[in-house]
Design a protein around this ligand. Structure first.
Ligand code: BGC
Length: 726
């Protein structure tokens, strides 16, 4: 039987529940907020028994928590994940059979951030929100925004960037997009989940300044600017206490300073203590009952124990009411009760968004002698070398797995794009944990490369193939970190040999972040970073290679030359030791470190080439009366084809009395220009853009004096500079 939404909802008892609820409360369609809604929520809570309330604050299946059928309150239904609605798992963990759960597979989080295009964040979120709704989900468990502190974190591919400002701009769109469709977004993992290997136990220690300046801004923007409905507490500890019930993070900052009114759910199995969870703001304990020995849902930390604690007077019932109120608030704010529209699934429009994001995400890293774009009319033969050329990724990586309607691989994309060219595919390396260079396979690739006009090596990282094998070959995957920044399976030796055999070689990298290219970069003319580009990733890659799309992606994360250049690794702080991860690099993450301490990266933060050239002229700064600053400059496309430039604005404090990064990204704008066209770009900086976090005052602080505003196409290609006094 094919998947049918109504059947699905009936199976879960939702339809009847929704109708009953609408009748009871005169419920109108769409999101509901405000005091009338709060009154309705209070009325519902008054009607609930303690048992019914407690049922609502812990899971009752792998992805749901209980409703109150008697009062017409449906279950809250969640689903992963950040780049598509996850494979259907029904109420357990086995993949559901005979359901239509093949939908839109979007490019992963790091690819989205590489577009530097917040309007695509919005479009992306709308696809997710709409597909989640179609599949009967109330909450989509994304976006993931943990800071890319090390290239080795196995989940970097799901995350967005090393830079808090870029993250903030991209997630606000994503969340608004999801929530505009009547689905709740769930920003995760709050916070400091920057390594996977010991995520369930590691205690993260960082300065208050690093917390406020680097690790929190994305979450803060999600709450304050995007009004996100739900947040997921991370697995790890922060300053000795588990994040999901961390008094400082949740009570003081999230619900106190930021005034978050929505629901904080745990990551799956991230609650460890009933009293802490009750008192420190965990509203919903999620997890599964498959632990050994089997754990039953009522035995969860926020299960039956809570009944005992309230009945014995140790915990006031009002504490439970607050959690239930937050859950109901989320239900009212989304279309849990009132399905405003059915949503769409795998539609042409959704696939078009997946393709557009993929096109704008691809980063042209190197293009010597203009080897790219290839002119399909002048080429007869191409050798496509490397197992990644022919590999699908949608089902890999862990909880973010998606069953794609289809997935165009790089090889397929190339073949579709140039029917006149003869393509010879050679696997080149064996995908096998710890496999080294296979000389026979390299020889085969070399022979093929010698016979063709162009060789394209498609390599890099990969996911494990499916959920059950996620630790197998899982370089970009949940629950594991990469062993190294060097390419696995002997790919360095392969690329070196192919480049030697045919100087017209292009290397395409697939994966969730930086790769050590030192062994072959000097001799390789063309290098492309293609991430995991979603279901249309192969099409977008071919468009860039043949020049029907002019690349406009920029790196959302610095690519260092070698792992030893990464501050967390230089200091020996990744992964943590003896259960503790001390972030001694402090605020100097990514380009903040490379640019301040003059370490040349392989490719700088914000770097990405185009098939055209841009000039920057006439930087004008205005110190506005309201304390904001406007920076204006004229950008011209001086080449022969249309293209888009991401104009990046960094600030630099002259002679700062406090240690400060050489530059901090504070604004950007992606501007599309026809050949020969000029546009004036205007970027407004809020007053707060110049502040740093003062640990003595425990507050954001302004250091008066001279600042420089720097504009350019990457953190290391600054084109215009001008001073301003603040
Ligand atoms: C992951 C979350 C995910 C959850 C549900 C956890 O293991 O860390 O990101 O949303 O599982 O699948």
């Amino acid at each position: 039987m094919l998947y049918d939404k109504n059947c699905y909802m009936k199976k879960h008892g939702r339809t009847a529940a929704l109708l009953l609820f609408a009748a009871l409360l005169g419920n109108e369609a769409g999101a509901q907020t405000g005091s009338a809604t709060e009154t309705k929520i209070d009325a519902l809570i008054k009607k609930m028994t303690l048992q019914e309330k407690v049922n609502m604050i812990h899971a009752n299946s792998s992805f749901t928590s209980a409703g109150v059928p008697r009062l017409g309150i449906p279950e809250l239904v969640t689903s992963d994940g950040p780049h598509g609605v996850r494979v259907e798992h029904g109420r357990g963990w086995a993949d559901a059979k005979n359901v239509n759960d093949s939908g839109t597979y979007l490019p992963v989080g790091v690819a989205l951030a590489a577009t530097w295009n917040p309007s695509l964040g919005l479009a992306y979120g709308k696809v997710l929100g709409s597909e989640a709704k179609y599949r009967g989900k109330d909450v989509i468990l994304g976006p993931g925004i943990n800071i890319m502190r090390s290239p080795l974190n196995g989940r970097n591919f799901e995350y967005q960037s090393e830079d808090p400002f870029l993250i903030s701009k991209m997630v606000v769109g994503y969340i608004k997009g999801v929530q505009s469709e009547g689905t709740s977004a769930c920003i995760k993992h709050f916070m400091g989940n920057n390594e996977e290997v010991d995520r369930g136990t590691v205690d993260v220690q960082m300065s208050e300044r690093a917390l406020r300046e680097i690790y929190l801004p994305g979450f803060k923007a999600a709450v304050i600017e995007a009004d996100v409905n739900t947040i997921m507490g991370a697995y790890n500890k922060f300053r000795g206490q588990y994040c999901t019930h961390n008094a400082y993070l949740v009570n003081k900052i999230l619900k106190g300073e930021w005034g978050f009114k929505g629901l904080l759910m745990s990551d799956w199995g991230a609650v460890h203590n009933t009293m802490e969870a009750l008192q420190n703001g965990t509203d919903l304990e999620m997890g599964s009952d498959i632990a050994n020995p089997p754990m039953k849902f009522p035995n969860f930390f926020l299960g039956d124990t809570v009944l005992t604690l309230v009945r014995s007077g140790k915990i006031p019932e009002s504490m439970i009411d607050d959690k239930v109120r937050r859950i109901l608030r989320v239900m009212f704010k989304t279309s849990t009760f009132s399905k405003s529209s059915p949503g769409e699934y795998g539609s042409e429009a959704h696939i078009a968004t997946a393709k557009k994001v993929a096109e704008e995400s691809i980063v042209l890293l190197k293009n010597e002698q203009h080897i790219l774009p290839l002119n399909a009319n002048n080429i007869n033969s191409i050798a496509v070398i490397g197992a990644n050329a022919d590999r699908k990724n949608s089902m890999g990586g862990g909880s973010s797995q998606v069953k794609a309607l289809y997935e165009i691989t790089p090889l397929q994309g190339l073949k579709n794009a140039a029917k006149n060219i003869s393509f010879n595919y050679i696997q080149g390396y064996k995908i096998e944990r710890d496999a080294v260079a296979d000389q026979a396979m390299i020889n085969e690739a070399v022979e093929a490369a010698k016979k063709v006009d162009v060789a394209i090596v498609v390599g890099g990282w990969l996911h494990g193939y499916d959920y059950s094998k996620w630790s197998d070959n899982a370089y970009d995957a949940e629950g594991t970190d990469k062993p190294d920044m060097k390419m696995p399976f002997g790919q360095d030796a392969l690329i070196k040999a192919v480049v030697k055999a045919n100087p017209n070689t292009i290397v395409v990298l697939i994966g969730g972040g930086p790769i050590d290219m030192t062994q072959w970069i000097g001799d390789t003319k063309g290098i492309i970073e293609a991430w995991y580009g979603g279901m249309e990733g192969g099409t977008a890659l071919a468009e860039v290679i043949f020049g029907t799309v002019n690349p406009s992606g920029k790196l959302p994360v610095s690519f260092p030359k070698v792992l030893e250049d990464v501050p967390a690794h230089k200091l020996g702080d990744f992964p943590g030791k003896n259960g503790v991860a001390v972030y001694r690099e402090d605020i100097f993450v990514g380009y903040r470190y490379y640019d301040t301490y003059k370490i040349e990266p392989q490719f700088a933060f914000g770097h990405g080439l185009s098939y055209t050239d841009f000039t920057y002229k006439n930087l004008v700064l205005a110190n506005n009366a309201d304390g904001t600053v406007t920076a204006m400059a004229t950008i011209t496309n001086t080449g022969k084809v249309a293209g888009a430039e991401v104009v990046q604005l960094y600030i630099h404090k002259e002679n700062s009395a406090v240690k400060r990064a050489e530059k901090e990204l504070k604004g950007f704008e992606k501007v599309l220009l026809k050949a020969g066209e000029s546009k004036t770009v205007s970027i407004k900086l809020p007053k707060d853009a110049f502040k740093y976090y003062n640990e003595t005052k425990m507050a954001w602080d302004m250091e008066p004096g001279n600042y420089t505003i720097e504009l350019g196409g990457s953190s290391r290609s600054i084109q215009l500079r001008k001073g301003i006094v603040r």
